[in-house]
Write a protein that binds this ligand. Structure first.
Ligand SMILES: CCCCCCCCCCCCCCCC(=O)SCCNC(=O)CCNC(=O)[C@H](O)C(C)(C)COP(=O)(O)OP(=O)(O)OC[C@H]1O[C@@H](n2cnc3c(N)ncnc32)[C@H](O)[C@@H]1OP(=O)(O)O
Length: 199
């Protein structure tokens, strides 16, 4: 379903069809959405397809295969380096034909988070600094990298970059992120209702 939704969003964003076709499509979309809404989970319920501790989040807005919104980014590790790949479509546009700057920050937040989590230092982003060197092109295969630069108690720093796959040494956007591991009281305060319900 994620793939179908992403096709819908791409075509809906890029379409130049006449208004009557768009209105007809909107009606069909409402008809398709209605039965899905008949049985929904609440705010604190994780998706039955998810495995929180195993890192499976089907509807994550960056990596989720089931997400309408995610590119989705495919991530893996090669040694100490986290690597991600994706291609951004029209829905991610900011400046004409290039990605929105907030989208680049979102991709890098997830990349850095993946790098620290898979290195055994899970935490939440408390700071993300981005440097935009060149616009990120749409419809162009992208490569993202991230790695840890410092571990200081509960604070972990990671850096990363977005490049194209054809010019992997030319950074378009760079980011440095600070992640903080939660104390148990913080984890309980923030995620208690979720953990209770998924136990
Ligand atoms: C194993 C299987 C893996 C499978 C593979 C899964 C991959 C899965 C990838 C997930 C990837 C997710 C990537 C998205 C990650 C988000 O998007 S997280 C969402 C965005 N972030 C947030 O909402 C966090 C909001 N912030 C907070 O809730 C609170 O700041 C926190 C995190 C609970 C920390 O509480 P706090 O009271 O601010 O900080 P506190 O605990 O008192 O202090 C900790 C230390 O951090 C420092 N600090 C805190 N904030 C800052 C700051 N902004 N600047 C500098 N220092 C700071 C404090 O000064 C303190 O330093 P020390 O005193 O120890 O020297």
């Amino acid at each position: 379903m994620g793939e179908a939704l992403r096709l819908l969003i791409e075509n809906a964003t890029a379409t130049e069809m006449p208004t009557e076709h768009i209105l007809r499509a909107a009606e069909l979309i409402r008809q398709a959405a209605a039965p899905l809404g008949e049985h929904r989970r609440g705010r604190f319920d994780t998706a039955s397809a998810d495995d929180l501790l195993g890192g499976i989040r089907l509807y994550n807005p960056v990596t989720g295969e089931g997400s309408a919104f995610a590119p989705p980014v495919d991530m893996h590790r090669e040694g100490d380096l986290a690597i991600g790949t994706c291609t951004l479509g029209r829905a991610f546009e900011g400046p004409p034909s290039f990605a929105h700057g907030g989208v680049s920050a979102m991709l890098l937040d997830q990349m850095l988070g993946y790098a620290v989590t898979t290195a055994g230092h899970p935490g939440m982003t408390v700071r993300l600094d981005t440097v935009y060197r060149s616009p990120v092109p749409l419809y162009t295969p992208l490569r993202m990298t991230a790695s840890i630069t410092e571990v200081n108690g509960r604070r972990v720093t990671a850096t990363g970059a977005i490049t194209t796959t054809t010019a992997p040494t030319t950074a378009l956007v760079e980011a440095t992120g600070l992640f903080v591991a939660l104390r148990s009281d913080q984890a309980k305060r923030l995620f208690g209702p979720v953990l209770d319900r998924s136990a």
